[in-house]
Design a protein around this ligand. Structure first.
Ligand SMILES: [Zn+2]
Length: 190
């Protein structure tokens, strides 16, 4: 940040009085410009819970990670709920209609100032299509997941948790809720 968004004068990076962290402070109007993590919200659209279960993935048409596969997800907008964000992103990126289910993962990614949330969801029909941010959209069974070509560690970990819980659900267990802190050196699940 170089200029104050309130008065357009230059800002400086310093610790304001009674604070403990560096902030962009406007020396002209005195406004402190706080910067906080962004929420990235997505869904895990599932088709068929049985032996032929498949999850909908999108191949990214945009940077970062162009050409890699991801669950439909994106930045939460103002004036929407987390569930609405998941549903909207799934529609925008995959043209897919879903029935929202429970919140499934919460992953902190502190080094990029993000928190990722993924909801379980039921894909309502097979009438999906790639949106402008996707090259293609496709259903994958667990065996078909392109693990080496998944765009983000939060997506790989969410898929690992998901298929483990899906297998357990067939033996009568409920789906869990999983949290994980992703560090800079942590790229893929074991
Ligand atoms: Zn200012």
């Amino acid at each position: 940040m170089k200029y104050c968004s309130d008065c357009a004068q230059p800002v400086s990076l310093r610790i304001p009085p009674d604070d403990t962290r560096e902030r962009y402070v406007c020396e002209h109007c005195g406004v402190v410009h706080y910067q906080n993590p962004k929420m990235v919200i997505g869904s895990i659209p599932l088709w068929d819970e049985g032996a032929h279960a498949q999850v909908l993935l999108c191949r990214r048409a945009i940077e970062p990670r162009h050409g890699y596969w991801t669950l439909p997800a994106g930045f939460m907008e103002n004036n929407e709920t987390t569930a609405q964000a998941a549903q909207r992103e799934t529609w925008e990126e995959a043209g897919a209609r879903i029935e929202m289910q429970s919140l499934f993962t919460l992953l902190n990614v502190p080094h990029v100032h993000q928190v990722h949330l993924f909801y379980r969801a039921r894909l309502l029909d097979l009438d999906f299509a790639a949106g402008v941010e996707s090259l293609e959209v496709k259903l994958f069974s667990e065996e078909e997941i392109p693990w080496n070509d998944i765009a983000f560690p939060t997506v790989s970990h969410t898929l690992k948790f998901f298929f483990a819980d899906l297998a357990a659900s067939r033996k009568g267990s409920d789906f869990g809720f999983h949290t994980l802190d992703i560090t800079k050196s942590m790229r893929k699940p074991d």
